[in-house]
Design a protein around this ligand. Structure first.
Ligand code: BG6
Length: 493
């Protein structure tokens, strides 16, 4: 069990807090993971918000939790842990002292400050925490992306926080690392002898990492248009997934060792600069199209102004080390795509010598598919003899480990997991400052090259699989984006 803690959420009435943080803490409460005295202290911008807070979060929880999770009696019990307070982050006044009195009254040894706020106020918030004497030995700060807009701005944000907190106390969250299957990827690799021997350029043909979303701007036009898919999804989530696939085995599962191995991967990414960017990347921007039988507007219509921001990106990346020499990693993400899913596909090389005649059916390489959402599963595509046919006929079949079947009442909740880790002081699934720097160092030259007129985004229809150029990127390597339906029906041959 964790030591008792106080969990302060700056921006406690904001969208993230209502949609993810409070529901996640409620789940933790229900499953008995919160210590008896643990308290949650959301900050609000005025006293009226404080007065209405409990009703507001209750309504939000009812909306965002699964129907069978919201139990009135459990919620009422959980609500006793909530201590909403009025704090104006930018003004050091008596409300900060009141927060200090509240925190110092509990005797809870651990303190977490979750900055669910724009990065522009991180610095002032940390300064006021410091001036109020709240940064004790067991205090940690959790910060959310966007951690900068490029290497320089990320460095500024990180330096500002570092004025008040040691690196060990700074927990940079990437919610993809809290997804259960992502952690299972580590268990799969490092707790199963059979995979480690088949995890390199000798056995693997290529890797695909895709995060495909059906949503569009979701009312975040201001933020998104300044960012785009590369900054919003690749710099953090996709590169983190790539690190977990590609890293060497840490000698222990500790934060320090895991993060050191991930950093080596980021530093080994082959730089994409100047002319190589056009050849190895595809940018897209959705135009109006049909989704679920309804027309949805294009990006520019949603935005209401001209823009070259990409809502889709595909990249051919290489990791220049001996394990991954010349193995392409194809990375792809987009908004308003045909289906919502996130998955990693490890495609193995074909058999070295074909012993079966052509008439036995086309060869299908083995694939290991790690699906993060919507369902969490690990599948292996194998080739087997078709039992219904007398003559030898081979066909692809799937070994399927679907976690929803095994863990029937388990709700995977990345934020819950990461908040509990922060409360426990376990930084294994959080990002080190050096990782942020290395990721931006790889991303920045791509963004720079994209400023050239020839690198404007290609249009793609909402509800499609992205621009044609994305399929062409694969086709030019004689490969295709993976689709299990195509593979099983033989349509990928
Ligand atoms: C966020 C991005 O980090 O991740 C959003 O800012 C994106 O644009 C979201 O929609 C996707 O997260 P998930 O867990 O729904 O795949």
């Amino acid at each position: 069990m964790l030591d008792a803690f106080d969990f302060v959420i700056f921006g406690g009435a904001g969208d993230l807090a209502l949609r993810k943080l409070i529901p996640g803490l409620y789940r933790a409460h229900r499953e008995g993971s919160l210590p008896a005295n643990a308290r949650i202290i959301p900050t609000c911008r005025n006293t009226q918000m404080v007065a209405e807070y409990k009703d507001k979060v209750r309504a939000a929880a009812e909306k965002h939790l699964n129907a069978d999770e919201f139990v009135a009696a459990d919620w009422d019990e959980f609500a006793q842990r909530l201590f909403p307070v009025f704090v104006d982050i930018g003004t050091k006044d008596e409300h900060w002292d009141a927060l200090a009195t509240l925190l110092n009254s509990s005797g809870n040894s651990q303190r977490v400050f979750y900055l669910s706020t724009p990065p522009s106020v991180f610095s002032i918030c940390c300064k006021h925490l410091h001036e109020t004497g709240l940064i004790t030995a067991n205090a940690r700060v959790v910060v959310e992306k966007p951690l900068g807009y490029d290497a320089k701005t990320a460095e500024e944000i990180n330096s500002q926080i570092a004025e008040y907190f040691n690196e060990e106390a700074i927990f940079r969250i990437d919610h993809y690392l809290g997804k259960e299957t992502v952690q299972n990827l580590l268990a799969l690799r490092f707790a199963n002898g059979m995979f480690e021997h088949l995890w390199d350029a000798k056995s693997i043909d290529h890797v695909q990492i895709s995060i495909s979303e059906t949503v569009g701007l979701e009312g975040r036009a201001g933020f998104y248009d300044g960012a785009g898919a590369l900054r919003d999804m690749v710099q953090n989530h996709i590169l983190q997934l790539l690190c977990l696939v590609a890293m060497e085995s840490p000698n222990k599962m500790t934060a320090e060792r895991i993060r050191a191995e991930k950093l080596k991967v980021l530093e080994s990414l082959r730089p994409l600069t100047g002319n190589t960017v056009k050849y190895n990347t595809v940018r897209g921007q959705y135009v109006a199209g049909e989704m679920d039988g309804k027309m949805v507007p294009g990006y520019l219509d949603e935005l209401g102004q001209p823009s070259n921001t990409e809502t889709f990106v595909a990249i051919r990346a290489y990791i220049d080390n001996s394990r991954w020499a010349n193995v392409p990693f194809y990375l792809r993400t987009g908004k308003r795509m045909k289906q919502r899913f996130a998955e990693i596909v490890i495609q193995y090389k074909d058999v070295a010598h074909r012993v079966y005649p052509e008439s036995a059916g086309a060869a299908t390489p083995n694939r290991l598919i790690i699906r993060l959402q919507p369902e969490e599963s690990i599948k292996i595509i194998m080739v087997s003899k078709d039992l219904e046919k007398h003559e030898t006929h081979l066909r692809p079949v799937v070994l399927n480990l679907n976690f929803a079947d095994t863990y029937k009442d388990f709700y995977s909740d990345a934020y819950k997991r990461l908040m509990l880790d922060a409360a426990a002081g376990d930084a294994s699934l959080f990002i080190h400052r050096a990782e942020v720097d290395a990721a931006w160092s790889w991303i920045d030259p791509i963004i720079e090259a994209w400023q050239r007129p020839e690198n404007k985004p290609h249009g793609y229809m909402a509800g499609s699989w992205g621009p044609q150029a994305s399929s062409q990127l694969m086709a030019s390597d004689r490969r295709r984006w993976f689709s299990i339906d195509e593979v099983l029906s033989g349509a990928d041959q």
